[in-house]
Design a protein around this ligand. Structure first.
Ligand SMILES: [Mn+2]
Length: 378
């Protein structure tokens, strides 16, 4: 029988969502539901090991509600005789003296609480020798953390958990405190599989066509760029017939998200009328989508944003509209500028003022105010 591992990471339970406003409490429930689904997956897939590669919690001090939920769900995994292997991450780090991993509950799991591994943990699974390597994130620790994660000479399956930054992750600014390592250093550990956490979108690392490590990303989107279906990784390792033969590692992403995030940009140049915008966005309707709609383009009219929000909100779990449209360069404004009215005077004064402002940020504030006041005039 092959060895089956469920790899999850960056679950971020208890995240605060100030930008989601009244939707924030429901979003927290979404995250908890997703965690329940992950635990359920471990049980239904009858995995041999359940890995959590850091940032299970969004902070070192999760609420009683969140920790209670986690304990109840993990208990079900434990009752099914599935060992839970966990490392603290950057968010649920062990820097403060009263961090959550001091709680006695974790004695029921295999928790790697040291930033520098002394000895791998040995388990006997289905008669096979399995060695587990893990380390807790601590920003001040540098060497020899990687050295100590390297495969020891015993026969068996050697598996690692790390919360850090493989340096070639795309579009990712990496700091020294983020546990940087190169792909070569990662492969150089010579472990059969390394469950990674920290990067919030999935990346699979293969060497010579063999899966060696992966990031699962967040199983529930934390930010709008964590869009679309979110997964955990089911890892299947074929035990080799004889020592020295390479283990065959298979990776299968399993979607577990409760809701999905979507960021959509629409250039209103051709859509102009409010009804057209509503019609166009309705095509994306999904009660399980959180949508951030970014409106762009030069308009010949001021948008009635509250009407658009009101018309579209029922079609999504959550809707946020960012108005990046501009009216200032429109022909409409050029016409208003010529008017010998209070409105014309206002437009001339505002255009002068906006042209004089140097800071881009301040300019945006004035442009938005300009749009809002124009709405009063029109
Ligand atoms: Mn994270």
């Amino acid at each position: 029988m092959p060895l089956k591992i469920l790899h999850a990471a960056d679950i971020h339970l208890g995240t605060h969502f100030p930008s989601l406003g009244a939707y924030a409490p429901e979003r927290n429930q979404d995250f908890l539901k997703t965690f329940s689904k992950i635990c359920e997956t471990a049980v239904t897939e009858k995995v041999d090991l359940f890995f959590i590669a850091g940032d299970l919690f969004d902070s070192p001090h999760p609420s009683h509600e969140v920790f209670g939920w986690v304990q109840a769900e993990l208990e079900k995994v434990i009752q099914n005789q599935i060992p839970i292997v966990i490392i603290p991450g950057t968010h649920d780090n062990i820097m403060a003296s009263d961090h959550i991993f001091r709680h006695p509950f974790w004695d029921k799991t295999i928790l790697f609480k040291d930033p520098i591994l002394k000895d791998p943990k040995h388990l006997k699974i289905q008669g096979h020798d399995v060695y587990l390597y893990g380390m807790a994130y601590l920003p001040e620790v540098t060497t020899p953390y990687l050295e100590n994660m390297k495969r020891r000479p015993m026969d068996g399956i050697h598996l690692g958990l790390m919360h850090g930054s493989v340096k070639d992750a795309p579009n990712w600014k990496i700091y020294e405190k983020d546990f940087p390592m190169t792909q070569d250093e990662l492969f150089g550990l010579n472990l059969d599989y390394v469950a990674l956490g920290h990067y919030h979108n999935p990346i699979v690392y293969e060497k010579n066509g063999i899966v060696r490590a992966s990031y699962t990303g967040t199983p529930e989107g934390k930010r709008f760029i964590e869009a679309g279906p979110r997964v955990v990784h089911l890892i299947t390792i074929q035990i080799p017939a004889f020592a020295g033969m390479t283990n065959h590692v298979e990776l299968k992403p399993i979607p577990v998200h409760t809701k999905t995030m979507l960021e959509k940009e629409i250039d209103l140049f051709e859509l102009a009328a409010t009804e057209n915008i509503v019609q166009k966005v309705k095509e994306l309707q999904d009660p399980n989508t959180l949508l951030r709609l970014i409106l762009k383009g030069t308009l010949e009219d001021v948008l009635d944003l509250s009407k658009i929000q009101g018309d579209l909100a029922p079609y999504f779990a959550y809707l946020e509209i960012i108005d990046e449209t501009s009216v200032i360069d429109s022909q409409w404004i050029q016409r208003l500028e010529q008017e010998n009215t209070i409105r014309g005077f206002f437009v001339r004064k505002m255009k002068e003022k906006i042209n004089r402002i140097e800071s881009e940020e301040e300019k945006e504030i004035y442009k938005n105010a300009f749009k809002e006041i124009l709405q009063e005039f029109s």
